[in-house]
Design a binder for this molecule. Structure first.
Ligand SMILES: NC(=O)c1ccc[n+]([C@@H]2O[C@H](COP(=O)([O-])OP(=O)(O)OC[C@H]3O[C@@H](n4cnc5c(N)ncnc54)[C@H](O)[C@@H]3O)[C@@H](O)[C@H]2O)c1
Length: 549
């Protein structure tokens, strides 16, 4: 792999080598930055600088003893000077100490470089740091607090985020970070690595991500586009333009909008169109559209000649916060939603919030249902950000950056859950908060009365009400959720399906899971209980409560 160089700087400029675009690994202590930096440097053919090590050499004593004797402020001063001088050296890769980003001058000087955040959870970080003589790793509670405090700092500075794992950062993730640094995507686009069996994939998120598809195209072979008809009319040209800079567009197949297209008949039509267009196993598919298109095209990619890579370009909020990640693809049967499907992880996802500007207001609102669901599951700072957001249509107009941050927060939460449980055997079920009822309502009303996000909104009210009965959830949570849903123009009661119908569909869904309890409830925001047993009587009582009067 060639070195990473900035195009902006002239080749004859003195000190050019010192100013090449570097990969700078940042993150909390114990993340494995030094090791990742060494491996990246090997690939780039250079040396990795480790600022903690350099600092110890310069101090002539361990960091801990200097820190204890002189105090944190004196330590940060020395650290700042050392990091600034290390950035002037010609090494292509650096690993910074966990606290180095606290310095504003350091953050400023990192701007021309690619900061790569190695994202470690507090447990793994503690396990690795507790016996290491690090001055800030002596008390577990303080350590966990500092970990939570620093996270937004790393996230705000880094343009790429790779998950730390006990065995080190994945090779393919490192490779993608190097390619990303080379490709010079706009600074507004970030790369977030999603772990998955079979290698994982990059998620490129931020304004302008769509225009980077060609430059960051992740696979070989030609590209076949499957697009929602409405979305294609609005954004197809932009996609074609960027594809021209990459694999080119071999053929485009459009699909009429609407949940009713999530059918086996439509899947067959798309598959046959791909075959007629001459798609081969070595080619790839790009899916442009909302959740319906993504689920349908993803299934076609899983099935076509036993599987071709799929790149998702999600264009609705539901798709940008949820459906494009995690590899669940599928279509509906009249008997049940998502009854036919396959797990097929994407090769990459390009999430561009600018695409939302053409989304009809009802769809924006429906998307808010999934946003609030994700925030309730994650709790913490994401929930705070969602609470503080203006109603969604105004947020898109007035504070697009903050909406973009919320979308990114939701997608990070989703890929973190999926990474723990790709095949949906445990914790991934938490993502179904509100969905047991939502799916029953969608099926009982033949997929035509409610948008998915609207059904999820009502499903959330059902799940929270049930959580109060079964787990003692404070009723203020439901009251706040109902108020937020209403502010965002979403329904909080339903009509158009009898309780018997809903119970029958819910029972069938349970049977499909081998009789396993499938209700997902909330103990408190951020604390989800999966596999909760709910009797027919209990469900029926809550359904009556949420029925429109
Ligand atoms: N696979 C998963 O993990 C997963 C997760 C959540 C939801 N889903 C599925 O997602 C589907 C719902 O997705 P959805 O809400 O995106 O619905 P959708 O795909 O039907 O899109 C909603 C509408 O918005 C239009 N649209 C989309 N993007 C647009 C844009 N940028 N500008 C203008 N119009 C645009 C579409 O043409 C459509 O009419 C459901 O079928 C649901 O089951 C899947």
């Amino acid at each position: 792999v060639a070195g990473v160089s900035t195009e902006r700087r002239g080749g004859n400029e003195p000190g050019r080598a010192a100013r090449r675009r570097k990969l700078v690994f940042v993150g909390f202590m114990g993340a494995g930055k030094s090791r990742a930096a060494r491996r990246a440097a090997e690939r780039l053919g250079g040396e990795a600088l480790d600022t903690d090590k350099l600092l110890e050499a310069e101090l002539g004593e361990p960091i801990a003893s200097f820190f204890d004797r002189e105090g944190e402020a004196a330590f940060r001063e020395r650290e700042e000077a050392l990091v600034l001088s290390a950035l002037e050296r010609s090494s292509p890769v650096l690993a910074l100490g966990g606290g180095a980003l606290v310095s504003e001058r350091v953050r400023e000087r990192l701007e021309p470089h690619l900061c790569v955040y190695v994202d470690v959870d507090a447990d793994l970080a503690w396990e690795r740091s507790q016996d290491s003589d690090r001055p800030l790793a002596r008390d577990r509670d303080a350590f966990v607090r500092l970990h939570a405090e620093r996270r937004p700092l790393y996230e705000s500075v880094a343009q790429a985020a790779l998950p730390a794992r006990p065995e080190g950062v994945e090779e393919s993730a490192l490779e993608a970070a190097i390619t990303f640094a080379d490709a010079r995507a706009p600074a507004s686009v970030r790369m977030i690595w999603a772990s998955a069996s079979g290698g994982g994939y990059p998620v490129y998120s931020g304004p302008g991500a769509l225009d980077a598809v060609g430059a960051l195209w992740p696979v070989r072979g030609r590209c076949f586009t499957v697009a929602d008809e409405t979305v294609h009319a609005l954004h197809g040209e932009r996609l074609e333009r960027t594809l021209a800079a990459g694999p080119g567009a071999a053929a485009t197949i459009t699909v009429a909008p609407g949940e009713r297209q999530k059918s086996l008949a439509e899947a067959e039509r798309v598959l046959r169109a791909l075959a007629r267009a001459g798609m081969e196993r070595s080619d790839a598919l790009v899916a442009l559209g909302g959740g319906v298109l993504g689920d349908l095209a993803g299934l076609c990619a899983a099935l076509y000649q036993r599987g071709v890579p799929v790149v998702h370009v999600p264009t609705s909020i539901v798709a940008q916060v949820d459906s494009a990640y995690g590899g669940k693809t599928g279509v509906d049967l009249p008997e049940g939603k998502n009854y036919v499907g396959a797990f097929h992880q994407p090769a990459a996802v390009f999430t561009d919030p600018l695409l939302l500007s053409t989304l009809p207001v009802e769809e924006l609102r429906a998307g808010y249902g999934e946003v609030l669901k994700t925030a309730l599951i994650a709790g913490g700072p994401l929930l705070e950000r969602v609470r503080a957001l203006e109603p969604i249509e105004r947020a898109l107009e007035l504070v697009p950056d903050r909406l973009g941050e919320v979308i990114e927060g939701c997608l990070r939460a989703k890929i973190a859950v999926v990474a723990e449980d790709e095949r949906d055997r445990g914790v991934r079920a938490s993502l179904n908060l509100g969905h047991t009822f939502a799916h029953a309502l969608e099926t009982a009303t033949e997929y035509s009365a409610y948008r998915h996000g609207e059904a999820v909104a009502i499903g959330l009210v059902v799940a929270l009400s049930m959580s109060e009965r079964k787990l003692g959830l404070n009723d203020s949570v439901r009251e706040e959720v109902v108020a937020l849903l209403r502010e965002n123009g979403l329904p909080t009661t339903f009509s158009g399906a009898s309780t018997e119908e809903l119970l029958t569909v819910a029972a069938r869904d349970k049977k499909r899971r081998g009789g396993a309890s499938n209700f997902v409830l909330l103990r408190s925001p951020g604390d989800v209980a999966t596999e909760c047993d709910v009797s027919e009587q209990e469900l029926s009582a809550v359904i009556e409560e949420v029925r429109e009067r």
